[in-house]
Design a protein around this ligand. Structure first.
Ligand code: UD1
Length: 322
């Protein structure tokens, strides 16, 4: 298939582009490089330097593709609470442009990167797709609204979508082909990696008094290569079955902050100083996914999301920064 990957120069997008290329698809990346990196582009893929807020450029770029994978969004939860305007314009208006350009260009399939942030505080775990969606951040709200837009464009315009609700994406390409670092990361594993290679002094552990076995927050970390595979499977599903889906993507395993810090010390051989500080607002104690539906519909399960693979593949990239 001819696939346009919007946001394909970013951390997750570049892994998704790699996976589609590996499967023999024709790939073009569309990215404004605001957080994506030229170094994340592959010579076998086309590249269009464009912005989803420029409708004319976007609709011109979209012509002739069979499918769009949409990963272009701002994703900092904290920032979304102080700058909602930025998230409204980029995440929501940008997606409406993508949908309209898809309609205009006759593109029938869209894979959308949604997030576990649509759920908010979990009422039960593991969180399945029937769990109520009550986002706690404006970021999560934009993702949920986009899912609703997708639902309407499915009904009214026959666009089939796969909304993939990622849990905690982490790790780097298993084969070491992607090396772009995220700038100013807020997520735990890149923060730990930065501390391991000396880019920052210490890791702050946000709370050690949660109702979890060691008192630190428990999350479901899913390897970015597993996520990339799910995109390819999801597109195959929506295009073959002419049906839209919304699925959770997680490893179904809970790992605590302390377990990650300790594994990172062991694997990197670095001391990685860590300080316990207060809880971060809005953080649940525990969040894990049920990915049963992804397994049933797509035959997808996480293969690379064990703790050691997550840390080892990350360290392969970060150790070069020392
Ligand atoms: C992350 C993403 C969110 C995404 C969600 C999917 C951010 C900020 N959050 O949430 O966009 O939708 O996954 O589930 O990008 N922690 C520390 N110290 C740190 C950083 C994190 O102790 O410096 C802890 C947190 O309190 C939490 C765990 O590590 O318990 C994971 O945090 P993080 O990587 O930020 O991801 P989430 O907040 O779970």
């Amino acid at each position: 298939m001819k696939i346009l990957i919007i946001g394909g120069a970013g951390y997750i997008g570049s892994h998704v582009a790699r996976e589609f290329l590996d499967r023999g698809h024709s790939v073009t990346v569309f990215d404004n490089l605001s957080s994506g990196l030229r170094g994340n582009l592959f010579p076998e893929a086309g590249f269009i330097h464009g912005d989803i807020l420029d409708y004319t450029g976007l609709s011109r770029a979209s012509a002739g593709f069979d499918a769009v994978v949409h990963l272009a969004a701002f994703k900092a939860v904290g920032e979304s609470m102080v700058k909602p305007e930025k998230y409204s314009v980029n995440n929501i208006n940008g997606t409406v442009n993508i949908l309209n350009a898809a309609v205009e260009g006759g593109i029938k399939n869209i894979v959308f990167s949604s997030s576990a942030a649509v759920f908010g505080q979990p009422e039960y775990i593991p969180v399945d797709e029937k769990h109520p969606a009550n986002p706690e951040s404006y970021y999560g709200f934009t993702k949920l609204e986009i899912e609703r837009f997708l639902g309407w464009y499915d009904k009214l315009k026959g666009i089939r979508f796969a909304a993939l609700r990622y849990f905690n994406a982490a790790g780097y390409d298993i084969k070491g082909r992607i090396k772009g670092l995220e700038t100013n990361p807020a997520n735990l594993i890149p923060v730990i990696m930065e501390a391991a290679c000396g880019m920052r002094e210490t890791v702050q552990i946000f709370g050690s008094d949660y109702d979890t076995p060691d008192g630190t927050g428990v999350r479901d970390y899913v390897h970015v290569s597993d996520l990339a595979i799910a995109h390819a499977m999801a597109l195959e599903y929506t295009s073959k079955n002419d049906k839209s889906i919304t699925v959770n993507l997680g490893s179904e395993t809970g790992i605590s902050v302390l377990e990650i810090v300790e594994a990172a010390r062991r694997i990197t051989g670095k001391p990685i100083p860590a300080t316990i500080v207060g809880r971060r607002a809005g953080d649940p104690a525990k969040l894990t996914a049920s990915s049963k539906l992804a397994h049933e519909l797509l035959n997808w399960t996480a293969k690379y999301s064990d703790l050691d693979t997550l840390i080892k593949t990350s360290w392969e990239v970060y150790k070069n920064q020392q």
